[in-house]
Design a protein around this ligand. Structure first.
Ligand code: 0XW
Ligand code: MG
Length: 367
């Protein structure tokens, strides 16, 4: 099974509802990059990478495609057998840029799974469940409206909510946390996500003013160093998201003891294969984490769900997929869908999803 051709596509994903609002940025449409790897024995494997705009983290759509252009020509003719050998080949063509390599890693696993007749979760070590929990992300919004949506989503079956804060005054942030808690209580777990937007001082104030509410604080401040200074000064558990820029950042956070858990993004960590390492580090230290990505369609969603299925359920914080904020699916027959706040793990070989033929139009690049 050798790589014959690589097609690269761009898919525009407008945000359902108009705007997705976070402390770090407002986004209205996302530009997803898809890679289709076609092999000499007639298989097609898919990968995807979709930064949530150019500001959320140091990733952007055109950067992903430029990195793909550096890597792809060197992969033509390569055998899809050893994922480690393919990773080495990618590293020999380009240093870093894990979020672009992640799309290839997903496609390699999709191909290997199809060839061997097993789902990607099996290649990642094996599923522990056939259904993973999802979580709902409440964008930065007015406290009453946010609490109303929170109650609706818990009624719809979501076991976890993420409340976005930051980029506005402390009073509104404190109010939204209280109102969501009053609306849902213990019926769902709550993450309060600052998306890097709070100063250390604001994080300490918010922590004190919401003392009795059992939430976890997700990426309140910009850097890992700022977050490290919160240790011993806040009472809520602190999770890192944007600061987990690569495997080494996760190792550092764990060894410094400054993270009580993580919001992981598969492409930021460099792909599913790299994620298995940080997943296992978290197992060693009993650390909870999510398996998400910043944005994306069915390919990213399937990748996140396969990985999430391999995580010990008691430490699985949920999988966020963009379904609630995008229209339609890439795969009409076997879409990845949230039902009652949970997602079924695809059981078919490989990722178990395939974009409809021709749906992305003309390839933006062919190698
Ligand atoms: C909720 N998410 C997974 C989706 C957006 O990309 C932001 C992200 C987060 O937790 O920061
Ligand atoms: Mg986050």
């Amino acid at each position: 099974m050798r790589i014959d051709r690589i097609n690269v596509y761009s898919a525009q994903l407008p945000v359902k509802g108009g705007v997705y609002r976070m402390a770090s940025a407002d986004v209205e449409a996302l530009d997803s990059t898809l890679v289709e790897i076609v092999t000499d024995d007639g298989f097609a494997g898919w990968g995807e990478t979709c930064p949530i705009g150019p500001v959320y983290q140091a990733h952007h759509a055109l950067g992903a495609r430029a990195a793909i252009a550096e890597i792809a020509p060197g992969l033509i003719g390569a055998e899809i057998a050893s994922i480690r050998a393919l990773a080495k080949q990618m590293d020999e063509r380009l240093n870093g840029h894990g979020y672009a390599k992640a799309a290839f890693d997903t496609a390699f696993l999709d191909l290997l799974g199809q060839k061997l007749g097993v789902p990607v979760s099996t290649l990642l070590g094996g599923a522990l469940t056939d259904r993973v929990p999802a979580y709902y992300s409440l964008i930065v919004g007015a406290p009453d409206e946010t609490a109303r949506i929170a109650a609706d989503k818990v009624k719809a079956g979501y076991p976890r909510l993420q409340v976005k804060i930051g980029g506005r005054n402390l009073e509104e942030d404190v109010e939204v946390v209280h109102k969501v808690w009053e609306a849902v209580g213990y019926k769902a777990s709550i993450a309060v996500d600052g998306n890097r937007g709070l100063t250390v001082a604001a994080a300490i104030h918010l922590d004190r003013l919401c003392q009795q509410i059992p939430f976890i604080f997700e990426q309140p401040c910009n850097t890992m160093d700022e977050i490290a200074t919160l240790k011993g000064r806040v009472t809520h558990p602190v999770y890192l998201d944007e600061s987990t820029e690569d495997q080494n950042a996760v190792l550092r956070a764990i060894s410094l003891g400054i993270a009580d858990g993580f919001g992981f993004k598969v492409t930021r960590l460099g792909g599913l294969t790299k994620m298995t390492t940080v997943r296992d580090l978290c197992t060693i230290r009993s650390l909870p984490h999510s398996c998400d990505d910043a944005w994306g369609g069915d390919i990213i969603a399937a990748a996140c769900v396969h990985l999430a299925a391999t995580v010990e359920p008691r430490r699985m914080e949920g999988t966020w997929i963009a379904q609630e904020y995008i229209k339609g699916h890439f795969d009409q027959k076997h879409p990845v869908v949230i039902k009652q706040g949970h997602i079924a793990v695809p059981q078919r070989p490989g990722l178990g999803v395939k974009p409809e033929p021709g749906m992305f139009g003309k390839a933006v690049a062919i190698y």
